[in-house]
Design a binder for this molecule. Structure first.
Ligand code: PLP
Length: 417
């Protein structure tokens, strides 16, 4: 289908304004994309713009109450250079495996500012956490007993928090992580008994970790969830063996991907959080409040870039076939948690705008119909082999959330610019 260039096209995607365009070429880290591609030495690649990360953290710091500690949940983007960069900008890191723990410890930040969450921590994970001296978020009664046994055997008394599966729901979260039956955390109603059992174990209780869900774009839903999170922590603190010193309220702030989605307005969330922090000064006077964000800190700073290797027409539709796709960027193909497939925002990076446009399908090289990056998207007309397809909003849950070995193509490059 060759599109009428003058036809009114509906909005293609959420507004993208984090990268400049100079001489019709997208700029990443202040450099033309074509130059970044040469620096990487190959396509496809992921590129992350450190100034976009800096701006995001600075804007958050400005909005948030000063005594809210900002942590980075590194599973969103564990590239060591990105983690090092964020370790210097934030107050701590959150990890979900012994592998992530190594990356976090390598940054040199104080182990007390690293916390380790995740169901099914192995004996290796737990030993590494004890030896590393980080805060361990306990996800079940069995895990508490395993940590206590390791503590006895090693003589190390670890700092532990209870991850609570809340008795409320985070409305409008793209991915729910709390309420109802869940593998994450200990059900809120069981926590008083667990705290009582903990009092006789060689564990240093520091507080609670309560996380309701990911990718939320509704400020009011986040405000409600954070309010209920504090209320739940206040209620549970009455059963604590020692005063609560740490309250981790999770992450989950969303970024826009699809048509009709807008950037989250952080101001009302920050205002509400300020009131909650004030209440916590009375209810939990010794508690450090931690907001641990993944996606919100890095998603918009990243692009995935692949190169067109073929152009063909099949029964009236144009296909741009690239050297990248689902195996590198599962989320952009629509196969990482989406119910209905939608296109991530795309552009032609080396020729961003053109008077003449056309409707094309952008697909990857895999032998599966699932390998789609853009279904009937509008791009400058005549895109051809050698041109660069850019997928925006790719800085979180990209490379490491993808099945890299599927069909055994080369791995993508990765660069922090
Ligand atoms: C994944 C995760 C986060 C970060 O979630 P985002 O939605 O990326 O902000 C925070 N805390 C825990 C425990 C997580 O597992």
């Amino acid at each position: 289908m060759s599109g009428d260039p003058h036809a009114a096209t509906p909005p293609q995607h959420a507004p993208m304004r984090q990268f400049a365009v100079v001489d019709n070429c997208l700029q990443i880290g202040g450099r033309p994309l074509t130059e970044v591609a040469r620096a990487v030495g190959r396509t496809p690649f992921y590129a992350y713009d450190r100034s976009v990360i800096n701006d995001r953290v600075a804007a958050l710091r400005k909005a948030l109450p000063p005594d809210v500690h900002l942590h980075y949940a590194i599973k969103a983007n564990p590239m060591p250079e990105v983690v090092r960069h964020l370790a210097a900008l934030t107050d701590g890191l959150d990890v979900a495996s012994a592998g992530e723990l190594r990356v976090a410890l390598d940054t040199g930040i104080a182990p007390a500012n690293i916390s380790f969450a995740g169901p099914g921590k192995s004996a290796t994970d737990l030993s590494a956490a004890l030896a590393g001296g980080v805060v361990i978020n306990i996800e079940s009664v069995g895990e508490m007993q395993r940590i206590a046994a390791l503590a006895k055997a090693s003589g190390i008394r670890p700092q532990v928090a209870i991850r609570v599966n809340p008795d409320f729901e985070l409305k409008a979260a793209g991915m729910k992580m709390g309420s109802g039956p869940k593998p994450f955390g200990i059900d809120a109603e069981q926590v008083p008994a667990v705290l009582q059992a903990m009092a006789s174990l060689p564990l240093d209780f520091v507080g609670f970790h309560i996380f309701g869900g990911s990718q939320n774009l509704r400020a009011q839903a986040i405000i409600d969830a954070q309010t209920k999170t504090f209320e739940l922590a206040f209620r549970l603190s009455r059963f604590a063996p020692t005063p609560v010193r740490w309250l981790n309220i999770g992450g989950g702030l969303g970024v826009p991907y699809f048509p009709g989605e807008e950037h989250l307005d952080i101001t009302p969330i920050a205002t509400n959080l300020a009131a909650l922090v004030t209440a916590a000064k009375v209810q939990l006077p010794r508690a450090e409040i931690v907001l641990e964000l993944g996606r919100y800190l890095v998603a918009e700073a990243g692009v995935y870039v692949c190169e067109i290797v073929d152009r063909k027409v099949s029964r009236g539709e144009t296909f741009l076939i690239t050297n990248g796709g689902l195996h590198h960027h599962l989320a952009a193909s629509g196969n990482f948690g989406q119910v209905v497939r939608k296109n991530y925002p795309l552009c032609l990076g080396n020729r961003v705008a053109d008077d003449a446009c056309e409707v094309v399908n952008v697909v990857g090289p895999l032998c599966t119909p699932l390998d789609v990056l853009g279904h009937r998207v509008v791009l400058p007309a005549g895109a051809a082999p050698g041109d660069l397809i850019v997928v925006f909003q790719s800085g979180a849950y990209g490379l490491t959330a993808s099945p890299l070995n599927f069909l055994n193509h080369p791995y993508p490059g990765e660069i922090l610019v």
